[in-house]
Design a protein around this ligand. Structure first.
Ligand SMILES: [Zn+2]
Length: 365
């Protein structure tokens, strides 16, 4: 039996109004609004559509505390069709999540933590014996369709006395596997400049708008020369909001100096989803509307750009013949207080709300 339906009167962020016909899980046709034909019709007047959102930084292993959550809770229920676990797991425990992912509606990919233990402890790089190259290579081989990069957390509480050694090792692992490296930054030591020096084209800095002392901006809010040099080399900047890593003040300075996010991600897990300040990827994205980014830039940063960062550009494409993988959302006038990771607040005038998704052809609202 074929299943087909048409989503009518949707709007792209470019302003174009379209009907999208979905048939057998594929996008059959993108027609001018009013022209799409199918027996089953759903009217989405007033709603936007984009390719399915990708959250490049989540914690999706629900067995882990505090950094864990349920896959569909931070995926399709929030309008996000693909989530990328950012190093919750290493070689020892990535099999806890990747094989079961097929039972969920949300697609799950992963940055493999270079520490074999992943986040079973949150000082996972304090003991260099947990950096096991053979275990890493074997694990990537088994899960090569799901592991899209490597994760290394370079802050004092994680590396303790290991200094830069974990990042130097991660650099070797990344070069050898040809996978992008996602680097978490936070409080030092190691000093941020020495971290930046080891990053290269296609590597991803997550938490780039954190407000900690060892961040990417000087005391006057100017981007560090080493950050500008890294951007020149093609290092990508990811938000990774989280409970402790997004500062309005820093984000405002970054905007003022023309330093825009490459990707907007949430760093969501159970506690910051339920109690804030993250709540959802849409909530994080709304903060960038408030900062003055255009809706087009913001939606690119949750679709096209993260797809490029994981070397799967097709995930960010919305066109006939592709699997029907869509996010439906709206922008509504709403006076709402938004809070950053340092407890600072701003008042938004509008919010981005997700309404539903189409995933594997199924309309989920
Ligand atoms: Zn994280």
């Amino acid at each position: 039996m074929t299943t087909s339906y048409v989503l009518q009167n949707l709007q792209f962020v470019t302003g174009e109004l379209v009907d999208i016909v979905v048939k057998n899980g594929q996008i059959e046709q993108i027609a001018t609004a009013g022209q799409g034909q199918a027996q089953q019709k759903y009217d989405y007047s007033g709603c936007y559509v984009s390719s399915g959102w990708i959250d490049l930084h989540v914690h999706a292993n629900n067995r882990l505390h505090p950094y864990g959550d349920d896959i569909d809770e931070i995926g399709v229920r929030q309008g996000v069709t693909t989530i990328v676990d950012a190093g919750s797991c290493g070689a020892d425990n990535v099999s806890d999540i990747l094989p079961v992912a097929a039972t969920f509606k949300t697609d799950l990919l992963a940055f493999l933590n270079i520490s074999t233990i992943g986040l079973q402890r949150i000082d996972e790089l304090s003991n260099l014996e947990w950096l096991d190259k053979q275990a890493l290579l074997d694990t990537i081989k088994v899960h090569c369709d799901k592991i899209v990069g490597l994760k290394v957390r370079m802050s004092q509480s994680v590396v303790k006395d290991s200094g830069l050694k974990p990042l130097e090792t991660a650099r070797q692992f990344a070069d050898e596997t040809k996978l992008p490296l996602m680097v978490h930054i936070g409080s030092g030591p190691p000093d941020i400049n020495s971290i930046l020096q080891l990053l290269d084209q296609g590597d991803i800095i997550t938490h780039f708008l954190n407000g900690k002392a060892n961040n990417l901006f000087d005391l006057h809010g100017k981007p560090l020369p080493s950050l500008l040099a890294a951007i020149q080399r093609g290092v990508l900047l990811d938000v990774g909001h989280g409970s402790a890593s997004f500062s309005f003040k820093v984000a405002e300075e970054a905007k003022r100096h023309g330093i825009a996010p490459f990707s907007i991600s949430s760093d969501i897990y159970r506690d910051n989803r339920k109690n804030g300040p993250v709540y959802s990827l849409a909530h994080v994205a709304s903060k960038f509307l408030l900062l003055g980014y255009s809706l087009e830039q913001i939606i690119d940063a949750v679709t096209v750009q993260p797809a490029k960062a994981i070397h799967q550009p097709e995930l960010g494409q919305l066109k006939a013949g592709r699997p029907a993988d869509l996010t439906l959302f709206e922008v509504v006038a709403a006076k709402q207080t938004l809070t950053d990771s340092d407890g600072e607040t701003r008042t938004a005038k509008q919010m981005i709300n997700t309404i539903g998704v189409v995933k594997n052809g199924e309309l989920i609202t």
